[in-house]
Design a protein around this ligand. Structure first.
Ligand code: NZQ
Ligand code: ZN
Length: 384
């Protein structure tokens, strides 16, 4: 096991009818900016619950954060924050709204010329406005981590940053708010969670059985609960289990002391940046092909996945690993997720070439061994 340090300052408030606790979670002397997305919260009653809970607080609103939140939109919120002297940000929505809010929190306090430098040049986030959230989509784990992924219209780029300063102070998770999710978003979230777990699990054997059991436990739960939630979107327990899987899937708890990968995400982000496909969709396309390309180094952990989750009996690790890849893709397909570029009318050769050029410029060396360079990424994408 590698050395590690764990820090997570987020209070998680989980369960039925928890939005009303907002009243006590934010001090009354704060001037709050409620930040939301395209309006789903106004249709499903979440907005009304938030406003009711904060009726004795001072609030302003900023709506319109897009899926794959845009730098340009976030900067409009920064302007409003400076004008109105806002001192607390409340994100109400999915991972995009929360990621946008994290960037807005950092950009509002940024002292350099252009806050985009936080994403492009890794400029340090020295300070940020405090954040809380009501998260409405189980997927990103953004409610319990310090990550944010932002896209820029002007350049078709999608980049991420990570900072201790943008952890939410609290995250309210009421699984009932997910009853209104379009089926596509429920599926995206299940796949995103699966891939988050695998980016941390299917890497190097570091002799960390507890972390491995946790990771496998999340995958087993997902595989078991996904059909329930798709069959009956108002199954509270299934919704609650899926949400807790998503949160725990990216709070880094089960990868402590382990080696992480994240190459599927880095390639997936480029597919979203160039072609606009959803984050979950991009991952479902890349993961199986990346695993096949990297099987020589990943086969032991993939064999564990095959045996522990999919009951594969084959004693040959390499054959079991191939079955893990096949079973994973079958699981994605079984919940209605497509897994090929051609399913979205994207030409693999063209996509591979575009992303290769970008990775070459950036000098990318991805994966847990740093062996996925631009050429290897090209080969992976071409096989998608
Ligand atoms: O915008 P509104 O109108 O709110 O609608 C959203 C959006 O259209 C809708 N939605 C959300 N909750 C709903 C709902 N509709 C009905 N009922 C609800 N309860 O769903 C659509 C998608 O929302 P979005 O926030 O974009 O989805 P998600 O949570 O999957 O977030 C995706 C973004 O997160 C990034 C992705 O790259 C992508 O930009 N990621 C963030 C990570 C992190 N912060 O740690 C890690 C992830 O790997 C990921 O990269
Ligand atoms: Zn993800």
């Amino acid at each position: 096991m590698n050395n590690f340090e764990f820090y997570c300052p987020t209070r998680v408030v989980f369960g039925k009818d928890t939005i009303k606790q907002l009243e006590h979670l934010i001090s009354k002397d704060k001037k709050i900016l409620i930040i939301y997305g395209g309006g789903s919260i106004k249709k499903n009653g979440v907005y009304n619950q938030v406003k009711e809970a904060l009726k004795n607080h001072t609030t302003l609103e900023f709506g319109g954060i897009e899926p794959n939140p845009r730098y340009e939109t976030c900067m409009q919120a920064v302007e409003l924050i400076k004008k109105e002297n806002i001192d607390f940000l409340l994100a109400v929505g999915g991972g995009s709204t929360l990621d946008g809010t994290k960037f807005i929190a950092a950009a509002s306090k940024y002292e350099g010329d252009d806050p985009w430098d936080i994403l492009e040049k890794g400029a340090e986030v020295k300070n940020a406005l405090p954040i809380g959230d009501v998260i409405t989509l189980p997927a990103t784990g953004s409610e319990m981590n310090g990550n944010s992924v932002i896209s820029k219209n002007a350049t078709d780029e999608k980049l991420s940053f990570c900072s201790e300063k943008v952890y939410p102070q609290f995250s309210i998770i009421d699984p009932q708010v997910t009853y209104s999710l379009p089926e596509k978003q429920t599926i995206n979230g299940i796949v995103d969670t699966y891939v988050h777990v695998m980016e941390q699990f299917a890497t190097v054997e570091e002799n960390t059985p507890l972390q491995s059991y946790w990771a496998i436990g999340i995958i087993k739960t997902l595989v078991q609960e996904a059909p329930k939630v798709l069959k009956n979107p108002q199954d509270y327990d299934a919704r609650a289990n899926i949400f807790w899987c998503a949160t725990c899937g990216l709070n880094y708890w089960f990868s402590l002391g382990c080696t992480q990968d994240w190459a599927t995400h880095m390639i997936g982000h480029e597919l979203t940046a160039f072609y606009g496909i959803d984050h979950g969709q991009s991952l479902a396309i890349v993961l199986p092909r990346l695993w096949r390309n990297q099987k020589a180094s990943k086969f032991e952990k993939l064999a564990d996945l095959a045996r522990d989750v999919y009951h594969v009996k084959d004693s040959d690790d390499f054959k079991a690993a191939e079955l893990a890849i096949i079973k994973t893709e079958e699981f994605f397909n079984s919940i209605g997720m497509k897994t090929k570029l051609s399913d979205y009318g994207i030409n693999p050769e063209e996509a591979a070439q575009k992303i290769k050029e970008r990775f070459e410029k950036r000098g990318c060396k991805l994966g847990e061994h740093g062996n996925i360079d631009a050429q290897t990424a090209y080969e992976i994408i071409k096989s998608c």
